[in-house]
Design a protein around this ligand. Structure first.
Ligand code: CA
Ligand code: CA
Length: 194
């Protein structure tokens, strides 16, 4: 009888542990870097912005999450390091959040969810999205140059780099959102692909 109870206890414990692992894995893998305006906008090369997307079916609380490149550490849920202001730290299922550099005017027609300081090099870098356990859940290794997007010399110029069906593409059409001077942004900051 006792042995049987112990067996049941172990079966339940193993099931609970594996369920926890599954939930954590799906949480961690669900948030991705979905768009990067590494060259800024036509209004200013310093008006860089980054979008993160929750591909999962559950909301993600950004407490303890960071976005890291070079010596920049953007804390997604707290105002420390390169984070100037956290406005919203929850990403609903299927939702996006927009990180704007220096102030909320980089993308003037969308409210920022976070303001950061620190530049994104036009020559490329390695962007790492890290969850609270320290696991790198999404890495964009562009140390040899950005796979997409365009700076002042691009056609079109100042276009974002957007993740479409798992591939980085240049946003070559003017979107509905606007930069600080009212010019159309080539990209979809804070919005769906397309
Ligand atoms: Ca804004
Ligand atoms: Ca977008």
């Amino acid at each position: 009888m006792i042995i049987r109870r112990i067996k049941i206890f172990f079966v339940v414990a193993v099931l609970a542990l594996s369920l926890t692992a599954v939930v954590q894995a799906s949480d961690g893998d669900s948030l991705v870097i979905s768009e990067v305006a590494w060259a800024g906008t036509k209004a200013s090369w310093a008006d860089e912005w980054i979008e993160l997307r929750n591909l999962g079916g559950e909301g993600v609380d950004l407490t303890g999450w960071t976005l890291v490149w070079d010596d920049v550490v953007v804390h997604l849920g707290s105002e420390e390091g390169n984070t100037v202001q956290v406005i919203n730290e929850f990403v609903p299922p299927g939702g996006v959040i927009l990180l704007e550099r220096t102030d909320d005017e980089a993308v003037s027609t969308v409210n920022a969810d976070l303001i950061f300081k620190g530049s994104i090099p036009n020559t490329g870098t390695k962007l790492q999205l890290v969850d609270p356990s320290g696991k790198m859940v999404h890495v964009v290794n562009a140390l040899d140059g950005w796979p997409a997007g365009a700076a002042s010399n691009g056609e079109p110029s100042y276009a974002s780099m957007e993740l479409v069906d798992g591939r980085w593409v240049t946003s070559d059409q003017p979107g509905r959102e606007k930069d600080k001077d009212g010019g159309k942004i080539y990209g979809t900051p804070g919005g769906p692909v397309g």
